[in-house]
Design a protein around this ligand. Structure first.
Ligand code: AAT
Length: 278
């Protein structure tokens, strides 16, 4: 293999490798080790603690699916909270919705936002929208201090290690429920159905105890472990499977469509089986 390669150890037994054109930036922030690299295969990539967070070529699968599913589940979303997501990709998708009046981005690490603005402008561009407020604080604390505030809460967090651990807990989900308005919708990225099935099962069970509607949906994200990714949704009133598509806004997307929204909730038998396992 010619050239310089970056490998992410996705599990102790599996790596993904990409050839680097260039390392554009590297620093230790107060929270994590951050790098932006340029790769031949996936374009520019944001790495945190040597884990691929997002890439210019495949970010839209993830950002469109984490944002438009809850936004279209709610018939009139006006306020949205994003926890994590400092690259701006989720915010960019949210501000495509004309009903949105205010987006609050709560990112713990200001350096993620600064580097995304500098090196990943096509992902960070939505952060400049006038409706967006950026707060550099812990999303766990933010949600603990809010009540009846948001129509939509989206958790676009790192894997459940370090500062993100608490974002995967039942206590956090109860606080999310309280921070949502009476008909609010919650979505979180919840890892790989292939490598994190027990985590996904536990989260689904927690959400079913807290929300009247709890569902799992899937998408493909080529650079994440296993290539197949899970999102967990909790809703107080609206069912994501009963969207009135005649009322949904027309937004420009590259992956998401109403048909893909519906299809994403069709779970393969291997997923059904681990969700139902004792
Ligand atoms: N848009 C895809 C990028 C991410 S990055 C997730 C962000 O969550 C990071 O910038 C990290 O600093 C932030 N974060 C972690 N914990 C917290 C917290 N407690 N409060 C606020 N922000 C936090 C997601 C990639 C998923 C990778 C899957 N392998």
């Amino acid at each position: 293999m010619r050239g310089i390669w970056f490998s992410e150890l996705q599990t102790p037994d599996l790596a993904i490798s990409v050839r680097l054109n260039q390392t554009l930036h590297h620093e230790k922030t107060p929270y994590q080790e951050l790098a932006v690299v340029d790769t031949e295969a996936y374009g520019r990539m944001l790495l945190l603690d040597n884990i691929i967070q997002t890439t210019v070529k495949d970010e839209f699968f993830y950002h469109e699916m984490i944002a438009h599913v809850p936004l279209n589940t709610h018939p009139n979303p006006r306020t949205a909270l994003v926890i994590g997501g400092g690259d701006g990709g989720v915010v960019r998708e949210i501000v495509k919705h004309p009903s949105i009046e205010k987006v609050t981005l709560v990112e713990i690490d200001a350096r993620v936002v600064a580097n995304a603005r500098e090196y990943l402008p096509e992902i960070a561009c939505g952060l400049d929208d006038a409706r967006v407020e950026i707060r550099f604080e812990d999303g766990i604390e933010h949600v603990r201090q809010r009540e009846n505030t948001y129509d939509i809460i989206i958790v676009d967090s790192t894997d459940p290690i370090g500062p993100a651990v608490g974002l995967f807990s039942a206590e956090f989900y109860r606080n999310v429920y309280r921070a949502l308005k009476a008909d609010g919708v919650f979505v979180a990225q919840t890892e790989s159905p292939i490598f994190n099935s027990r985590l996904i099962r536990r989260i689904q069970r927690d959400l079913k105890e807290i929300f009247p509607i709890a569902r799992l949906y899937l998408t493909t994200v080529p650079t994440y472990p296993g290539g197949l990714w899970a999102f967990s949704l909790g809703s107080k009133k609206y069912d994501p499977l009963e969207v009135d598509w005649r009322q949904a806004p027309q937004v420009a997307t590259r992956y998401y469509t109403p048909a893909i929204h519906q299809a994403a909730f069709s779970l393969p038998p291997f997923v059904q089986e681990f969700l139902e396992a004792p």
